[in-house]
Design a protein around this ligand. Structure first.
Ligand code: FDP
Length: 342
């Protein structure tokens, strides 16, 4: 672990280099990927900031692979990341929530030993109303033998991630990442265009203060989920209530809970029995960050990072945040809380 005082000014570049030194066998390729992600983040932040001024707000006419209307900024962010990352010689393939298939590295560029999976602009239904959105990314090492990345390289359990993180385009732009040595947050100083270390070694606060869940699904939750929500809200008299905060933008909700203590829940329901959120682009990277900050993430029965994915756009139920709150969710799904105060 690299330690810094609150007063030292540390750019993300310097921090990444210092972290790399903790691994004597490191070649610098992973560091290069992280720089490029930070660069793409600055470019997307710039677009998000000027979204109300330029003619880039609103939906395009296309639907993406999830059957959702693509927002123009989604498409722009997707493009920015691909163009920032495809020629560095460090990646052998990419996958995006906005693209149906693997994104190959163009033949004219060298291939490296990593794959990048990303959600270019999460929470996009909030774009038109100026609510924070985010980018989420995950890096895995290639496991197949050929030069080019293949589906097998993408479909690895999240515990094999070598780096992951997110960028929150909020009142300020923040990048939080982990390489397995704690989770660290950087705030973009727009006057110099640099991400500066602002939140070294983030630890999720205990106990969980916030509950982030979309209550509109209560009628389609099963009884165990309803019982869990009553527990979280203190309605069964077993614990003091959590405050409910739901932006509806996963990165924003997750970030608040990470810094303030809390749990984000998107359980399966009768309409979406597999949940809504994507395992590879959302749940895995945030789970890695959360565990590295002392928290936990589960689909209700299994640790998120232990799930073996079977398809690129796989969805998963998600309970993520303080360990205790996530353990309560698992107990609920095992039926141990069923009927409590229901
Ligand atoms: P969005 O549909 O706006 O892209 O992953 C998608 C996501 O947002 C998350 O950011 C957010 O937490 C969730 O969906 C909101 O879903 P609900 O509207 O069903 O609550």
């Amino acid at each position: 672990m690299v330690l810094h005082t609150a007063t030292s000014v540390v750019t993300i570049e310097r921090y990444i280099i210092e972290q790399e030194r903790l691994y004597p066998e490191a070649t610098g390729e992973l560091s290069g990927i992280l720089y490029d992600v930070a660069l793409a983040a600055k470019m997307i932040a710039n677009k998000v900031r000027s979204a109300g001024l330029a003619d880039i707000l609103g939906a395009t006419d296309d639907e993406n692979v999830q059957g959702e209307i693509q927002q123009k900024l989604d498409v722009i962010a997707n493009d920015i990341i691909i163009k920032a990352m495809d020629h560095g010689g460090r990646l052998c393939a990419m996958a995006s929530e906005e693209e149906p298939d693997i994104i190959p590295i163009p033949e004219r560029f060298r291939c490296g030993k990593y794959v990048l999976l990303f959600d270019p602009l999460d929470g996009s239904s909030n774009i038109d109303v100026n609510v924070p959105v985010g980018t989420i990314f995950s890096v895995m090492r290639k496991i197949t033998r050929g030069t080019r990345g293949e589906m097998e390289d993408m479909l690895q359990p999240g515990r094999r991630q070598v780096a992951a993180g997110y960028i929150l385009y909020g009142s300020s732009t923040m990048l939080v990442y982990t390489t397995g040595q704690g989770s660290h947050g950087f705030t973009l100083d727009p006057s110099i265009g640099e991400f500066l270390l602002s939140h070294p070694n983030i630890r999720i606060k205990d106990p969980a203060r916030y509950l982030s869940v979309n209550d509109a699904y209560e009628q389609v939750w099963d009884e165990n989920v309803k019982a869990l929500m009553r527990r979280y809200r203190g309605l069964d008299g077993e614990q003091s209530p959590m405050n409910v905060r739901y932006v509806g933008s996963l990165v924003a909700d997750f970030h608040r809970n990470l810094l303030g203590g809390g749990v984000f829940a998107y359980p399966a329901n009768k309409k979406t029995p597999k949940g809504k959120l994507r395992l590879l682009y959302e749940a895995n990277p945030l789970a890695f960050v959360c565990e590295q900050a002392g928290g936990a993430a589960s689909n209700g029965t299994t640790r998120i990072l232990d799930i073996q994915p079977t398809e690129l756009h796989e969805r998963t139920p998600l309970f993520i945040g303080n360990k205790n709150a996530v353990a309560q969710a698992e107990a609920m799904l095992r039926g141990e809380l069923a009927g409590v105060g229901a």
